[in-house]
Design a protein around this ligand. Structure first.
Ligand code: ATP
Ligand code: MG
Length: 548
């Protein structure tokens, strides 16, 4: 057990353990299976699983599956895949639906105690009598039904005698409470819908506020950690547990949600992007879902480090996207091997090169010799990056120019002698001389070129599609109503690139393509003969975080 008291929740847990207020730390991560997890969930996962690990406890994965219309097995599976990918293991999984029978019994108990009643107002009537933040609500005309009548109606609700919306079960608390959540909130509603696990067993479903606290108590959760929007629900959490016969009452503790610039953060909104065809799926590499980030090449360790660095507080804030990218880059800096790819190829012909089958050794990672070497073929026709040549170079240009020289990384110095253009005046090819005695590692030429550029040998180059991404939204703070308008129409471009064959042959998935960024093999679209890569993040690293 390592004690790391880096936030108020960890302090609280340590204090509770010291005071013997809890025996063992038990947390839960309670997603609704109505979509894929996103980076906001990662914050909650790292917190819940993190504290349990640090204090020698356990974490339940509990699906909050009380809304049959939006939930599915596909989402249940994706959630487990993503939590496992982040590196955490869980107790269970359990499902709120596992407890439907017990929940129902507790609801009857509330009725018997005069603490709940069947209300036959339509949804609009419930809404219009709820009052406002400044005015109290008014009592439902059904509020004083007898226990016997309530029990009878509730049992018939369960038996399927009524249509959706005909009745609801409401807590009987206080319509004048300053907290709107305490104004006789709905506990059960009728929904004739097939549930992904319980099928047609039920046609009434419990509401979140009734379900969640009871599941927490039944699972012996020691600290129920949730986001700040539930702060106003805490009195209801406590009310339910105080008014049923249950001998355990977990504390609810709130922390702030993660917000990230240039994206929305909600399964419901992401679902609209997927269903509207604005992205290719939940795991589109532009999506801030964990599946999208995995496909984009974000290492799970980088996401965990991001969550550790942003910390846990009660202050709402929106994190800069650059900070996430900074964490990804730092992780890949040591994690990803190096290789060469030319994204916008320009052909170079070496007029004086007569070698055949020459192989040049190049390290997979210059700072990590233990990662070994690969061999690069070299021949008289090569590709360099179109932007690494300039006919009219700006001052301090350190790449190739007419008559100028440059070093090809891990190979030779070349000198540009002729620029070949097509009829439209576009550069088609450079004709260059190579300097034989300038071979990397045994350079006796005495020449000092100002620049080093990357290249790929045309003889062995493999054509590849390389996807380059921009932000999915052009607006740093897209609103949840008009977020479709905030989409960036240019968020994905494809470059017809060439890559060195060692990349394709390697078992590695993440690469730094020298000078162009970090890339990952696309694990869905990748084929051996037509490789596809996603750019994870560029190399540019101007971001300076203030905390470390
Ligand atoms: P969404 O709107 O994306 O569905 P949610 O809060 O309804 O979000 P749940 O499936 O209920 O999603 O979430 C499971 C857990 O993840 C909850 O405890 C919730 O508080 C937490 N969570 C969700 N979004 C964030 C976020 N942006 N930052 C931190 N925790 C989050
Ligand atoms: Mg939700």
């Amino acid at each position: 057990m390592t004690e790391d008291l880096r936030d108020f929740i960890r302090h609280r847990i340590r204090d509770d353990l010291r005071a013997d207020a809890v025996e063992r730390v038990v947390t839960r991560f309670p997603p609704e299976p109505n979509g894929f997890l996103h980076i906001g969930h990662a914050k909650s996962i790292c917190l819940n699983f993190g504290v349990a690990q640090e204090f020698g406890g356990a974490t339940f994965l509990r699906y909050d599956d009380t809304n049959p219309l939006r939930e599915s097995e596909e989402f249940v599976e994706s959630i487990q895949r993503d939590i496992a990918w982040l590196g955490f293991g869980w107790e269970g999984p359990t499902f709120a639906s596992d407890y439907f029978e017990q929940l129902y019994d507790f609801a009857e108990q509330l009725i018997e105690r005069g603490k709940a009643f069947v209300c036959s107002l339509p949804a609009s009537g419930i809404r219009s009598t709820r009052g406002t933040l400044t005015e109290p609500g008014t009592d439902s005309p059904y509020r004083n039904r007898s226990v016997a009548e309530n029990l009878d109606l509730f049992r018939r609700m369960r038996a399927g005698e009524f249509a959706d919306g005909a009745h609801v079960l409401r807590a009987r608390i206080d319509m004048a409470s300053p907290n709107v959540n305490m104004r006789d909130p709905v506990l059960y509603r009728i929904r004739h819908a097939n549930h992904h696990r319980t099928g047609d067993d039920w046609c009434i479903y419990p509401m979140y506020d009734f379900t969640h606290c009871i599941c927490d108590a039944l699972e012996g959760i020691s600290h129920s950690l949730c986001t700040l929007e539930f702060e106003d629900h805490r009195p209801l959490y406590d009310w339910v547990l105080d008014n049923i016969a249950i001998n355990y009452h977990p504390p609810q503790i709130e922390f702030s949600r993660l917000g990230l610039e240039y994206t929305v953060m909600s399964k419901r909104l992401f679902s609209a992007l997927v269903e509207g065809g604005h992205v290719t799926g939940w795991d589109d590499p532009r999506m801030p879902t964990l599946a999208g980030m995995r496909r984009r090449g974000y290492p799970p360790t980088a996401i965990r480090e991001f969550c550790r660095r942003i910390g846990v507080t009660k202050a709402d804030g929106t994190i800069e996207y650059e900070f996430l990218e900074f964490c990804v880059r730092r992780d890949l800096e040591t994690g990803a091997v190096r290789a060469m790819a030319v994204l916008d190829p320009l052909r170079v012909v070496l007029t004086n090169y007569e070698g055949e089958g020459e192989m040049l050794p190049a390290p997979w990672h210059p700072q990590q010799p233990d990662r070994g070497m690969r061999e690069m073929t070299f021949s008289a026709t090569l590709y360099i990056e179109r932007e690494d040549f300039s006919e009219n170079p700006p001052p301090k240009y350190r790449r190739l120019t007419p008559g100028g020289m440059v070093r090809l990384r891990y190979a030779y110095i070349i000198v540009c002698e002729e620029v070949v253009k097509n009829g439209a005046g576009e550069i088609e090819e450079l004709r260059c001389r190579y300097v034989g005695e300038s071979k990397s590692g045994s350079d006796t030429s005495g020449l000092k070129p100002r620049g080093v550029i990357h290249w790929v040998d045309a003889a062995s180059a493999i054509p590849a599609d390389v996807r380059l991404f921009e932000r999915l939204f052009h607006d740093p703070r897209p609103g949840s109503d008009d977020f479709i308008d905030a989409l960036n129409p240019n968020s994905m471009g494809v470059a017809r690139a060439v890559v060195e064959p060692a990349i394709v042959a390697s078992d590695d998935e993440c690469f730094q393509f020298e000078r162009t960024g970090y890339f990952v093999k696309d694990n869905r679209d990748y084929r051996g003969d037509a490789p596809v890569f996603n750019r994870t993040v560029s190399l540019r690293d101007s971001y300076k975080p203030d905390k470390s």
